[in-house]
Write a protein that binds this ligand. Structure first.
Ligand SMILES: *[C@@H]1O[C@H](CO)[C@@H](O)[C@H](O)[C@H]1NC(C)=O
Length: 373
């Protein structure tokens, strides 16, 4: 059957829809285009030449990394990743690119922006423009893997729609703004590997939607707020390699979905809460390199499933918990560099562990260590 010619009404409709999709015949508004060009002129990316596609009137069409809201024709999304699977980067023969320069405050003129991803370019420096907090629709702010400095904007809490805040692997300093806990939509918070100091806000637990909080490798001090234990969606908490002191709040043992907890290399003291070790769902617990004392609570059971349990380099006393043999699974176990004593229980998981897991204690004996006498 021969293709039927489209009726003129259908053609007109198609033209109208196409025009709406591209934001009209002129493309994006001149003000959005000007803001993008100002943003681009503060950056330099000489290797891949991605900005060479930023030409012509219509910034909503074929400008690499830019996309617009189809109904308003306004710029909604800037996604530029230095290390990506993107075929354009792959064809250029680069596993990753370099971009230097700064983030121009003119980005804040793109007041319909929902996503700003400027990730893994290694060399972008300068501050996060404080005016970024005036972008009312911003949902994703991902600036990981650059050399950004300065502090997080004090009024970051204004970004009421923000779901992802990732500034990990930069040189951000200053403290965690107290307004951060007002980010009621926040699901992912990644501040790891910066120079952030000060304390974790006491009401951090107000971040009810948060599922990952990665704050490791900073200079954070003070205690772990008790409110953290009231976070019902938090699955991954990383506070490793900071200067956190005080006790581990017992409330952490009652978190419904906590699955990984990294508190290693801090200044924690006190005892390990029994509820924490017994908590089901927790599969990675690293408390290594603190000053935790007392006995290891003997509270493991058939619901215990640990891919990694590292309690090494503390001041733990007493014996190796006998209930560990009842655990459903214990993969990696490290109890070394403590003051444990007595016989290592027989059976799984102890039959697959190496002597290094028990090294440098006071008087442990039995397989995999030499027999007790
Ligand atoms: C736990 O943390 C210590 C110190 O930060 C680190 O050396 C060790 O590899 C970690 N253990 C696991 C199982 O990740």
């Amino acid at each position: 059957m021969a293709p039927r010619p489209l009726s003129s009404v259908a053609v007109l409709l198609l033209v109208a829809v196409a025009a709406a999709w591209t934001g009209g015949a002129d493309g994006c508004p001149a003000s959005d285009r000007a803001a993008l060009l100002a943003f681009r002129s503060a950056l330099s990316e000489p290797y891949l030449g991605i900005f060479s596609s930023w030409k012509g009137k219509n910034c909503c069409s074929r400008w690499y990394g830019v996309s617009c809201d189809p109904t308003t024709g306004r710029v909604a999304d800037i996604t530029l990743r230095g290390e990506s699977e993107d075929p354009i980067l792959a064809r250029a023969g680069h596993s990753g690119g370099l971009m230097s320069g700064r983030i121009s405050p003119e980005i804040c003129l793109l007041d319909r922006l929902t996503t700003l991803i400027l990730a893994d370019w290694k060399q972008i420096s300068g501050p996060i423009p404080p005016c970024i907090t005036s972008l009312p629709l911003l949902r994703i702010l991902d600036l990981v893997g650059n050399r950004l400095s300065g502090s997080l904007p004090a009024d970051i809490g204004r970004l009421s729609r923000l779901t992802v805040l990732n500034v990990a692997d930069n040189q951000i300093s200053g403290t965690i703004p107290s307004s951060l806990v007002a980010l009621s939509s926040l699901m992912h918070l990644e501040l790891s590997n910066n120079q952030i100091s000060g304390t974790i806000p006491t009401d951090f637990g107000n971040l009810r939607k948060l599922s990952r909080a990665l704050l490791g490798r900073n200079r954070i001090s003070g205690v772990i707020p008790v409110s953290v234990g009231h976070m019902t969606r938090l699955a991954d908490l990383d506070l490793a390699e900071n200067r956190i002191s005080g006790d581990i709040p017992a409330s952490l043992g009652f978190m419904p979905v906590l699955s990984s907890l990294y508190l290693d290399s801090n200044r924690l003291t006190g005892h390990i809460p029994a509820a924490l070790l017994a908590s089901r769902g927790l599969s990675i617990l690293n408390l290594s390199r603190n000053a935790i004392e007392g006995e290891i609570p003997d509270v493991f059971g058939y619901r215990s499933y640990y891919t990694a349990l590292d309690l090494s380099y503390n001041q733990l006393r007493g014996s190796v918990p006998k209930t560990l043999v009842t655990a459903a699974y214990v993969g990696h176990l490290d109890l070394s560099h403590n003051h444990l004593c007595g016989a290592i229980p027989a059976g799984s998981p102890f039959d697959h562990l190496e002597a290094a897991s028990f090294a440098n204690n006071d008087c442990l004996c039995g397989g995999p260590l030499p027999a007790c006498r």
